[in-house]
Design a protein around this ligand. Sequence first.
Ligand code: PMP
Length: 364
Amino acid sequence: MERSWNFAAGPAVLPLPVLEQIRADLPALPGVGSSALEVSHRGPWFRDVLDEAEANLRALLGVPRSHHIVFCPGGATMQFSMVALSFLRDGAAVGDHVLTGAWGAKAVEEARRLGVARISWSDADAGFTRVPTDHEIRATLSPEPAYVHVTTNETIQGVAFPDDPDLPSDVCLVADASSDLLSRPIDVARYAIVYAGAQKNAGAAGVTIAIVRDDVLETIPDGLPVLLDYRTYVDHRSMYNTPPVFAIYVVMLVTRWLRDEIGGLGAMLEMNQAKATLVYDAVDAHPNRYKGHAHRGSRSRMNVTFRLPTEELERRFLQEASRSGLRELRGHRSVGGVRASLYNAMPLEGAEALAAFMERFAPG
Ligand code: PMP
């Protein structure tokens, strides 16, 4: 069966060579004799997979020695709780949350179950169309926030920070990078914690990558539930209990692909920029047909969101796109319209096909 262009927001498209490797490894891994779905996490095969996944992530992202990389279950949603539990130790601690979209709003909601969390900056009233400047973030912080939480790319609104936020070095910056980790180089040293569910750019659903600075580990309160304490994952190499073996194996294959076939995150960024430019240019070329959701300076390379003049036209757009093999373009119900997710594994040809369709769909 022919593959369609899959613009889903996550779980999302995977690199074809990775899918082919998975197929080749089923039903028996060379030298193991069982599939990746059947092997013990305590055996040498999985130890090598974990080592390589971690080493590839460390090399691709330039993770400094001051930070540990761990693999957690529970999605980015569980990270919302783990972050709050790590920092909001007592009633005096305040977590500051910068809200640039729906996921940031979920993160603060969750933190508030566990301690004092404040919305320090929010664009909710304007419908989440932009990120703040560094100055705006700095000017709205609490006097001594326990942490500052940002969402580097808001998957639903298609709003993204163009660069790593530049905050004073004593601020513990925490980033939900679920939908843009590995799509570009970042300066990991700026962050106390960076986390991302794997199901957009790093692999399949079921595992979440967390990169945690050592001084954060040192101050986590004792007595947390064992799987909500980052130290459990560090101390047991992400194998305190049975880890999502297959999902981590896919992360290993995807990071190997990024390293060997793409040539690292600088090259990946160039390709992602080229894809996003194609689609945004199609939006901008027809202002009477398409209206981008995000302000230009906050446009996401990963999730391009736009509306058409009427819901009827949007329905037709989605129907005709689907007939042309362009799938999963429906915007999230809270924003409506169209959302084209252009993650790492979406080839340039997919973005070209979408841009060409948008041209055809626009009136002459
Ligand atoms: N944060 C962001 C930016 C996301 O895109 C998502 C999922 N789409 C989440 C958090 C929640 O992730 P999960 O479903 O893995 O818990």
